[in-house]
Design a protein around this ligand. Structure first.
Ligand code: RIB
Length: 283
């Protein structure tokens, strides 16, 4: 059939517009797209793969030059993304990737960041470490669990399986999972939460159970949201740059449109542990 020219539109699908981590990713993508002459169309999937696919199908009407996608399901089909690619659009998955995807990606060093956070807790004498993970449906979540486990294995620490609780990357599930962990006997002395919202929920649970952070229990988060500095005590967190995740993805699309035909790129951006008062030596 006729192959129509693409527009200057880049479609972006994010997974949860209410999570304070994602505006930075959008801002990075939008700034970079705009500066390269492209316009960003934003869609929110609410962590719902069916909604993600609906948006992907309907965006076709706009003939986007590129797509930036955060998937909600690592096992989800990439057929639609592949159809875009076959039609000459450039697709980049960011932050949360589908297993099947063999094209461009931008992620953070999830495993390294979690390993660093866990090593830090170990260096302060913690041995009973618990983790509240993200959903096992997401690649970044699995990588964070792997970093945690790796550091514990190196330290020859074996923990009961129940010390890793699967949460949902939101404050409420952080609260619930921490309540469960804090009732265990023996109680963990530190909780590594796979994102800051989970950590905030855990801090509230610690307070509501009459315990103190960090005197009784240390907490580390992941993302380093602006809010991490605002909570009491200020939260130690693994910083990742949401802005750069979005910016690198949009730049990659702009470069591809201008003819960069180099092989698949898998950009992995650095993380840094930000030390604050939510962590203390083992009690
Ligand atoms: O807080 C949101 C989390 O989900 C982040 O850590 C990010 O990596 C995302 O996938």
């Amino acid at each position: 059939g006729l192959r129509r020219d693409k527009t200057n539109i880049i479609g972006m699908i994010i997974s949860d517009v209410s999570n304070p981590f994602f505006p930075a990713v959008v801002k990075g993508a939008e700034d970079t797209a705009f500066n390269n002459g492209y316009r960003l169309f934003l869609c929110n999937s609410d962590n719902n793969f069916a909604k993600e696919e609906t948006y992907l199908r309907e965006l076709q009407t706009y003939l986007p030059s590129g797509l930036i996608i955060m998937t909600s399901d690592i096992k989800g089909s990439t057929k639609l993304a592949e159809a875009y690619r076959a039609a000459g659009s450039h697709v980049v998955y960011v932050d949360r990737l589908p297993h099947q995807w063999d094209g461009d990606t931008v992620t953070s060093m999830n495993e390294q960041g979690s390993y660093d956070a866990t090593k830090y807790l170990l260096s302060l004498g913690h041995k009973r470490l618990a983790m509240i993970s993200g959903p096992s449906l997401l690649t970044n979540s699995g990588e964070r669990v792997a970093g945690f486990r790796h550091a514990l294995e190196e330290a020859k620490i074996k923990l009961p399986a129940k010390y890793i609780q699967e949460g949902d990357f939101n404050k409420q599930s952080g609260y619930e999972k921490a309540c469960f962990l804090l009732q265990m006997d023996p109680r963990p002395t530190a909780i590594f939460a796979a994102n800051d919202l989970l950590a905030f929920g855990a801090m509230n649970a610690i307070r509501d159970m009459g315990l103190r952070c960090p005197e009784d229990i240390s907490v580390i988060g992941f993302d380093n949201l602006d809010l991490a500095e605002v909570v009491t005590p200020p939260l130690t967190s693994v910083e990742q740059s949401g802005y750069n995740l979005g910016a690198v993805a949009a730049q990659l699309i702009a470069d591809r449109i201008r003819g960069d035909g180099s092989p698949r790129r898998a950009h992995v951006l650095p993380t840094t542990l930000k030390l604050r008062a939510s962590v203390a030596k083992v009690p």
